[in-house]
Design a protein around this ligand. Sequence first.
Ligand SMILES: Cc1cc2nc3c(=O)[nH]c(=O)nc-3n(C[C@H](O)[C@H](O)[C@H](O)COP(=O)(O)OP(=O)(O)OC[C@H]3O[C@@H](n4cnc5c(N)ncnc54)[C@H](O)[C@@H]3O)c2cc1C
Length: 385
Amino acid sequence: MRIVVVGAGLGGVAAAVGLHRAGHEVTLLERAAELREAGTGIVVMPNGLRALDALGLADGVRGHVMQAAHGGLRDRRGRPLLVTDMARAQREIGAPVMIERAELHRSLRAPLPPELVRTTTPVERLEPDSAGVTVISEGEPVARADAVIAADGIGSTLRAQLFPGHPGLRRTGRLDLRGMLPRPPGMAPDLLASQLVDRRSGAMFGLFPLGEDRLYWFTDSVLHGPPPDAAEARRQMLSLMADWHPLVTALIEATPPTGIYVDPIARLAEPLPSFAFGRIALLGDAAHAMSPDLGQGASQAFEDAAALCRHLARHLAGAEPADVARRLLGYDAERRPRANRMMLAAARQSRLTSRTGVTAWLRDTLLRAVPSRLATRQLAALWNA
Ligand SMILES: Cc1cc2nc3c(=O)[nH]c(=O)nc-3n(C[C@H](O)[C@H](O)[C@H](O)COP(=O)(O)OP(=O)(O)OC[C@H]3O[C@@H](n4cnc5c(N)ncnc54)[C@H](O)[C@@H]3O)c2cc1C
């Protein structure tokens, strides 16, 4: 079957490789001039790793399993609120992978023959008819396909075309900063794999190991006014976090503004009514853009890609149009409930970590009472749900 994948982000590349390996005639269209992923670190949760396994793509990333003894939530001084036993979580659920985005993307796209990829091809719209779909870029038809996978990311043009009544994205009113840096010699491991929360400001700081000798940090705080540039955002964050655990400000200070990524956080205002639209399926952030609070966006995209490959497997060339549409409805029925649950859980987690005042005090008191075993079990339920 001829399948066009629109968008060569993490989700689109994983889907393109899986569908190509399943014997389909795949074309991957990307608006950028080259295939690359910018940014800092990314966590691939055990469920995402299982999906990559199903696509035959896990081997390249398994070497980046996160090494940390404990994780969970702490207060701004680093005192534990909710402790997760990472060793137990790894035994029971599997291990998350912590990897640089560029490296993950490189590893996923490595098996893709270059002749299947067309860069500098911004897809404007899709024109479906009874026999297939015509893909339009810059006013011209650039491809004809039996099925199209819309993997064009959080600002998806194709989502807006397919669901014109959908309200699209909603800003959460929060700003995210991220950086990577070498691990300071002799640094104590206590805060690794933890998120620190502050009940006065509702700000959050997360810290993860990136291999043995580097660190990945991220913060999340209320966005006042238009998003500042990296230098100004760093200055504001240092002032906001001046009395946090000393490691927090030390790490932000040690990261030059040129190495800091700043993003106003957005997510889908409402779940989509369907991930399938005739011969077209949506995948990844195009289908279920969520806030990054659970580190699940990419893992859900990998689950989408693995499910698509299953539903389109053994597809006969020249099959009836209704058959393609029926299979994509099967993909929608499998993926939409779970991905939407995850999107709502991420929004809940965002509300939980950003609380201030009395409700934040109540949160901290309740979290301190949760045994580590239960926290680990809840994590397992989320990853396996
Ligand atoms: C601050 C932050 C931290 C995050 N941390 C994590 C994490 O730790 N773990 C995790 O799992 N997720 C995380 N996420 C979410 C994760 O980054 C996304 O869910 C994931 O990258 C989505 O992949 P995608 O392929 O759907 O979209 P994208 O990666 O956005 O890819 C879309 C691609 O489509 C291309 N494109 C767009 N429009 C067109 C068009 N019209 N025509 C052709 N090409 C087009 C784009 O150029 C791009 O290459 C985080 C997100 C943010 C904002």
